[in-house]
Design a protein around this ligand. Structure first.
Ligand SMILES: [Zn+2]
Length: 264
């Protein structure tokens, strides 16, 4: 009896360990950074290099997650995502963004772009803002970062991934990506295939459209896991890997677009 109680307690504790609140895991973010690097103009590449020093875009991409343990940066926690209510139409969605004044990934991304246009910005600030820009463009392409507030973007939706207890957010942050067993450079090589026409189209679309894509995808993701404690494994990977790869690729291409515009 006691053992059973202890077991129940341990299992419920496992459920409460916050995992996957980081957005794309380390590999996902680095893939986005590595892809972006390949679409930079020579001038933009040089300018970013100067700002980041010895840090590559891929390595700079995870800084915003790594500093989460430091309370100095607690104010950045809400910069990683933007919550939306369920079932918004495209026009409702766009109206919401147009009037958005919350501290979220959308308003802060716009803030960063505006700040980085200022040529007088101090070097330390510039580095901070570039690191954040790289990270947030990645984050908003992770569909669960445009999820619903009531379940914390899928963090409260418990399920299993290859018999391991986790949550929906973590599956999309890192479980599917880790399942490919590729380093970030191998991963980039595998998925970084596009055409100049696609690059131009993706970079031309406004940020609101990037978010709408994520929001449309996340609606389907939620529908699929509507039954409690779903068991996900091979089939889920098979059904969603293309979506994951396409989000990473678009994020990288669009990040390069912003950097080229700012510094190219
Ligand atoms: Zn993040």
């Amino acid at each position: 009896m006691k053992n059973k109680l202890l077991q129940t307690l341990l299992i419920s504790l496992l459920y409460f360990i916050p995992s996957g609140t980081f957005a794309w895991g380390t590999i996902g973010h680095r893939v986005v950074g590595e892809i972006a690097e390949s679409y930079l103009t020579p001038k933009a590449r040089l300018a970013v290099q100067k700002i980041l020093g010895t840090e590559s875009i891929a390595m700079a991409s995870t800084w915003a997650d790594f500093i989460r343990s430091d309370s100095t940066y607690k104010y950045l926690n809400s910069w990683h995502y933007i919550d939306f209510k369920e079932g918004l139409s495209e026009s409702e969605f766009k109206v919401y963004l147009a009037t958005d004044s919350a501290t979220d990934a959308y308003t802060k991304l716009n803030f960063l772009i505006k700040q980085l246009k200022n040529k007088q910005l101090y070097a330390v600030k510039k580095k901070l803002y570039v690191r954040l820009l790289i990270h947030i463009v990645g984050d908003i392409h992770q569909p669960l970062h445009t999820g619903r507030p009531e379940d914390l973007g899928g963090n409260k939706i418990k399920l299993s991934w290859f018999n391991q207890l986790t949550n929906l957010h973590a599956v999309w942050d890192e479980k599917i990506i880790d399942n490919q067993q590729l380093s970030y450079t191998e991963y980039t090589k595998a998925i970084n295939h596009t055409t100049p026409a696609k690059v131009a189209k993706w970079q031309h679309q406004p940020i609101a459209d990037w978010l709408l894509e994520s929001y449309t995808i996340v609606g389907k993701i939620y529908d699929e896991v509507s039954e409690p404690e779903k068991k996900l494994s091979y089939r889920y990977n098979f059904d969603h890997i293309e979506t994951v790869n396409s989000r990473l690729l678009k994020a990288g291409v669009r990040l390069a677009g912003i950097i080229n515009q700012l510094f190219g």
